[in-house]
Design a protein around this ligand. Structure first.
Ligand code: SME
Length: 164
């Protein structure tokens, strides 16, 4: 229940919720191969599971450019449309192929402020079964330092089971 996950969600509760969510997502997506449908479902189910998620969605690698992300399925206020590799938190995660955990977006060089209310974020690269980068998942919070290692682990697990 969403009401149980307020400001001070307990670490154990949060880890348990990620684990349940991983099973729920796998069950909803069983037999569905369309990548957009899978991304839209993950974004919706994540956004509706945690109160600290303010903007939740995918930036997809544009196959025509190779080094640019274009916005994909998301839940939240209007997001920017395109982000070059290396720009902001999403572009850094894509260029380095590494998760970025940012407790204070204002301290991150080149952070792109799509919505001024964002205070902290986590961005996780998404790989296909061959290890190719297909997207990044961007989760922003309107609370400072909202994400920790439990979020990173939970999100990485859900993305790898869904797209790899
Ligand atoms: N937070 C991102 C920009 C995308 S939006 O906030 C939706 C970044 O700095 O990469």
């Amino acid at each position: 229940m969403a009401e149980a996950f307020n400001d001070k969600i307990l670490a154990t509760e949060k880890a348990e919720r990620y684990s349940e969510l991983a099973d729920e997502i796998a069950s909803v997506l069983e037999g569905e191969t369309d990548r957009t449908a899978r991304m839209a479902t993950v974004a919706s189910m994540l956004a509706n599971s945690f109160d600290h998620f303010f903007w939740t969605g995918f930036y997809v690698v544009d196959p025509r450019k190779g080094d640019e992300l274009v916005v994909g399925p998301y839940q939240g206020t209007l997001g920017c449309l395109r982000i070059a590799f290396g720009r902001g938190v999403c572009g850094t995660a894509a260029a380095k192929r590494q998760t970025q955990l940012v407790p204070d977006v204002h301290a991150f060089p080149g952070h792109i402020a799509c919505d001024g209310r964002s205070q902290s974020e986590v961005v996780v690269p998404v790989f296909d079964a061959d290890g190719g980068l297909i997207a990044v998942l961007d989760v922003d919070s309107d609370r400072p330092a909202a994400f920790d290692a439990i979020d990173v682990e939970g999100l990485e697990r859900i993305l790898s089971q869904t797209f790899s």
